[in-house]
Write a protein that binds this ligand. Structure first.
Ligand SMILES: [Zn+2]
Length: 384
């Protein structure tokens, strides 16, 4: 009887532990949510930088460093080839350009926006008194001409409405020219699925992969010094990666980015990746052609680890690998991506399985990149 009671008690406690485990929030979802929701247009990445510093400083072998443009440089290991792993902190956004006589604001866009993505959207202005809610309105159906019903409105015609009636009211809200503007688009787990909806997956998904890869590499033997670098101002010309690479002086560079999913009706020649298909690598984009030996190394590693790998070529796409590639006397680089649906817009979607597999791929690559492997990838001597 007594042993029966004991057994019952232990079953009950096991059930309790299982229930608590099931209810415990998933820390990875929490990290992705904090990164996606943080406001960080080019040049105003402060909120994202605060998250990156908090996550990376306890993992770094040496104190964190910064370049002169605000990039964060963490380091795992202090000897061996210099591997730079890069993700950019900034997102598409804008800057308040001018406060008009009626209290409306014109906006300078930052990064590659489509004009059609700008109307009827909520935005947050990072004003001097805190966040200010704004909306880019839309012409009212009841008054537009037939031609306007199907027209795309150019960005010059679009204004931020903050509910102010005069410049004085806008000033009282803490808004002035030069204030940063970001999409207002909170993170959501999509209907119990493993797809996550949010803004700024380009490149907060890369920032999250970088953090998780560093967390795992801190406990994994490796024969290199790995610089985990969160850069600034990528969306306006890869600017932070250039200055960060000057600090790191990489022997080899891997950029972590959002890829372009094409499973929603696009043309097959544009891009081939799809959500849920695993990480991808870029064999071409308009900023860089990757090192071919490095491509082979990554493909072989993915194959031996049974990690699915999507191959892509995307025109009209630039990434930080281009700046690492041209730094110093040149370095082999590659752009490694987690697919994103609807980049450069208020609402993007990423897949959790793709994220997890991208981290697995990074850990496998960084574990294998020793001096001999890096030397072989960097060797351009013709075969005898
Ligand atoms: Zn990007």
């Amino acid at each position: 009887m007594r042993s029966c009671l004991l057994l019952l008690a232990s079953f009950a406690s096991m059930f309790l532990i299982a229930t608590i485990e099931a209810q415990r929030p998933d820390p990875t979802i929490g990290l992705l949510q904090r990164l996606a929701d943080a406001p960080g247009p080019p040049g105003a990445e402060d909120a994202v930088r605060a998250i990156m510093v908090a996550e990376l400083k306890g993992l770094s072998s040496v104190p964190l460093r910064y370049d002169g443009m605000g990039s964060v440089i963490a380091q795992e290991g202090t000897s061996g080839p210099r591997i730079m792993v890069d993700a950019h902190m900034d997102e598409l956004g804008g800057i308040v350009r001018r406060v008009g006589p009626n209290g409306q604001l014109s906006m300078q866009m930052l990064g590659g926006w489509l004009d059609q993505a700008l109307v009827d959207q909520r935005w947050i202005i990072l004003g001097s008194k805190g966040p200010v809610h704004a909306v880019t309105g839309i012409r009212d159906i009841h008054v537009v001409t037939p031609a306007e019903r199907t027209a795309v409105f150019p960005r010059e015609s679009i204004f931020l409405d903050i509910g102010a009636r005069t410049p004085a009211e806008a000033a009282a809200m803490g808004v002035e020219p030069g204030d940063p503007v970001v999409p207002d688009s909170p993170f959501t787990v999509m209907n119990g699925s493993d797809n996550y909806l949010g803004k700024a997956w380009d490149d907060r998904i890369g920032c999250a992969v970088l953090i998780e890869a560093m967390r795992r590499m801190a406990k994994t033997p490796h024969a290199s010094q790995i610089f985990f670098v969160a850069t600034t101002q990528e969306e306006i010309g890869l600017r932070g990666a250039r200055t960060a690479a000057n600090v790191v002086k990489p022997d080899l560079g891997l950029a972590l980015e959002g890829g372009i999913a094409n499973d929603q009706g696009g043309h097959a020649e544009e891009t081939q990746a799809h959500l849920g298909g695993g990480p991808g690598i870029f064999l071409y984009d308009s900023s860089a052609i990757p090192n071919r030996k490095l491509v082979r190394f990554v493909r072989d590693t993915a194959k031996t680890q049974n990690i699915p790998l999507q191959l892509d070529l995307v025109q009209g796409y630039g990434d930080d690998s281009a700046e690492m590639q041209e730094s110093g006397t040149g370095a082999p680089t590659l752009n490694i991506v987690t697919p994103v649906r609807y980049t450069h817009a208020h609402n993007g979607i990423v897949n959790r399985g793709d994220f997890d597999k991208t981290v697995d791929l990074m850990v496998a690559l960084l574990t294998r990149l020793d001096q001999k492997t890096v030397d072989a990838i960097r060797d351009f001597t013709p075969a005898q």
